[in-house]
Design a protein around this ligand. Structure first.
Ligand SMILES: NC(=O)CC[C@H](N)C(=O)O
Length: 422
């Protein structure tokens, strides 16, 4: 008999949302109770990378793809050492996974990681509800099966913005990730919950990376390069929760930008924007999935991207527009779609760091997804060039960072300059 096949009858479970909606199902992970903010992820594969992404701390993830777990799990797909998400909701959890690389089942991984999960939920209906009502507080329980009681307890639970989740997932100690192949740069990465795929992406372009805790002061980082000198570059990682909670890292970004080349992904992008004094807004239900179209405004190319965020920066809040560098757009425009339609990469004047150019826009809702600082060597994106899971269209951004560290400030259109095709 296949040792991965479980014949036991799973316990009953209940999912409750703060708007009063409840779904009955069965346990598909650890027993117990989990509270968190419910979001949906539209990836069609990659459930293991999703559940091991530290950015999901404090969240209950609903997978829109209906059958989950069918190819099992393996150590190589883990994006971190453990599972940080609060809970998982699926339509159908496969109890007979099969794959030549299989090392275990998703249900076992969730159980070992203490993650409460529910299956048998109409995830289409649930996703539509989240899409219209927005991300909200929710709970999964295998203990409290009384809908009224669980909804009432959800309504009393703290919201995601009331806690800084980054210390829970950041490294406690500094450590070094070697370059894959020849070492070209020595980089310091702020670990706010960094995914392994990002560490691999940095290593692949020749970075030896010193990974440091989220609250490491800038002055320490400036001595972590070769022989106690400043590093060749600094990277700000992805991570969970509300970016305005992560003050120590935003403060470090403020001190480091302008001193060394800087690159940020997702939470890193938000923290660099906060360092520049920008406003961060909460999106209604965020972007979580492997199929989000983003236009690179410098090349006009559209990348299909992996995303996982609920917050975004308000580009106009970085400063007032510089009309002569913004394709004739004299006014602040709320509708960034107009810029993408006209392939204009507008520039604003930031009080602290000088000119900032909008480089990437999400084509689904027109939200800003990448900025480049023109007067200091720094750029960041809101989405995930490392994929894991997802398409690799944006992998060039790791090369862009290597170019930036080598002194090439025009580093974001390299795929076109090198004639690369997707
Ligand atoms: N993946 C991330 O870095 C997410 C950033 C932030 N926690 C958000 O939800 O927007």
């Amino acid at each position: 008999m296949n040792p991965l096949v479980s014949r036991e009858r799973p316990a009953e479970a209940l999912l409750a949302l703060e708007d009063g909606t409840v779904y009955r199902g069965r346990s598909a992970g650890a027993g117990g109770e989990a509270f968190g903010e419910i979001v949906f992820n539209t990836s069609m594969a990659g459930y293991q990378e999703i559940v091991s992404d530290p950015s999901y701390a404090g969240q209950i993830v609903t997978l829109t793809y209906p059958q989950v777990g069918n190819y099992g799990v393996s150590a190589a797909a883990m994006q971190s050492g453990g599972l940080a998400l609060s809970g998982l909701v699926v339509r159908d959890m496969c109890r007979e996974p099969s794959n030549w690389q299989i090392e275990g089942s998703l249900t076992d991984l969730l159980r070992k990681g203490g993650v409460v999960a529910i299956e048998g939920v109409d995830t289409r209906a649930l996703t539509l509800r989240i899409r219209s009502a927005g991300a909200m507080r929710a709970a999964i329980s295998t203990e409290d099966l009384d809908p009224r009681s669980l909804v009432a307890r959800v309504c009393k639970a703290p919201g995601i913005s009331s806690h800084n989740f980054v210390p829970d997932v950041s490294t406690a100690q500094e450590y070094v990730v070697p370059a894959a192949g020849e070492r070209r740069f020595r980089v310091v990465a702020y670990d706010c919950g960094e995914k392994r795929g990002i560490a691999d992406g940095l290593a692949a372009v020749g970075c030896e990376t010193v990974v440091v805790p989220w609250d490491t002061p800038a002055r320490r980082v400036l001595a972590l390069g070769q022989d106690g000198a400043a590093p060749d570059g600094v990277f700000f990682s992805n991570g969970p929760g509300d970016p305005t909670q992560v003050e120590a890292t935003a403060q470090a970004a403020r001190e480091l930008m302008g001193k060394v080349p800087v690159f940020g992904i997702c939470l890193g992008n938000q923290l660099m924007a906060l360092a520049a004094g920008a406003t961060i807004e909460k999106l209604p239900f965020g972007h979580h999935g492997g199929n989000e179209p983003v236009m690179n405004l410098l090349t006009g190319r559209v990348e299909i991207t992996a995303q996982n965020h609920n917050y975004g920066l308000v580009f106009e809040s970085l400063g007032s527009i510089v009309p002569e560098e913004s394709g004739g757009f004299a006014e602040h425009e709320r509708d960034l779609r107009a810029w993408s339609e006209r392939h204009v990469a507008p520039v604003v004047m930031n009080e602290r760091f000088g000119r900032v150019r909008l480089t990437h826009v999400n084509l689904n809702d027109g939200t800003p997804e990448g900025v480049q600082f023109l007067d200091v060597p720094a750029f960041s994106v809101q989405y995930h060039p490392e994929a894991c899971p997802g398409p690799h269209d944006s992998a060039y951004l790791f090369t862009s960072f290597a170019r930036l560290m080598a002194g090439d400030l025009d580093c974001l259109d390299i795929d076109v300059r090198e004639g690369r095709r997707f």
